[in-house]
Ligand binder design. Structure first.
Ligand code: 5GP
Ligand code: ZN
Length: 112
C-alpha cells in the first residue's frame, strides 16, 4: 500500500527495531513507548482498520494472536502484558494499518 508507513516498515523501506519477524507478520518497538516495553505487531498484508476484518482475512489476525505469546515470552513478559488495538478516530488511531500494541514491563491500573 503506497504511503502506508507500516507497509514501508514491513518491506524494510523504513527501518524499525525488530523483535520478531516471519513471512506473515512483523513485531517492532514503538517509536514513542508508553511503557517500559511497548511493541507493535502488524500483518505484512495491509488492512487499514479493524472494521475491515471479515471472514476473508480474519486468519491473518488470528495468526498475529498465535504469535503474541511467542513474542511476549521472547521479550520476558512473564508477569503479563496488555494488548491494545485502536480503531478509528475516537480511539485515536493514527496509523491506518491494523496493528496491536503490546505493553508491559510495569503494573497497569484498571482504568483507561
Ligand atoms: P495508533 O495510535 O495508531 O494505535 O498507534 C500508532 C503507533 O505507531 C504510535 O504508538 C506511534 O508511536 C507508532 N509509530 C508511528 N510511526 C512510527 C514509526 O515510524 N516507527 C515506529 N517504530 N513506530 C511508529
Ligand atoms: Zn499498510
Amino acid at each position: 500500500m503506497e504511503n502506508c508507513i507500516f507497509c514501508k516498515i514491513a518491506s524494510g523501506q523504513i527501518p524499525s527495531d525488530k523483535v520478531y519477524e516471519d513471512d506473515r507478520i512483523l513485531c517492532f518497538k514503538d517509536l514513542h513507548p508508553q511503557a517500559p516495553i511497548h511493541l507493535l505487531v502488524i500483518s505484512k498484508k495491509h488492512f487499514a482498520k479493524l472494521t475491515d476484518i471479515d471472514s476473508s482475512n480474519s486468519a491473518d489476525i488470528a495468526y498475529i494472536f498465535e504469535k503474541i505469546p511467542v513474542i511476549a515470552k521472547k521479550v520476558g513478559l512473564d508477569k503479563g502484558f496488555r494488548v491494545i488495538a485502536n480503531c478509528g478516530e475516537d480511539a485515536g488511531q493514527t496509523v491506518f494499518h491494523v496493528h496491536f500494541h503490546i505493553l508491559g514491563g510495569k503494573k497497569f491500573s484498571e482504568s483507561f
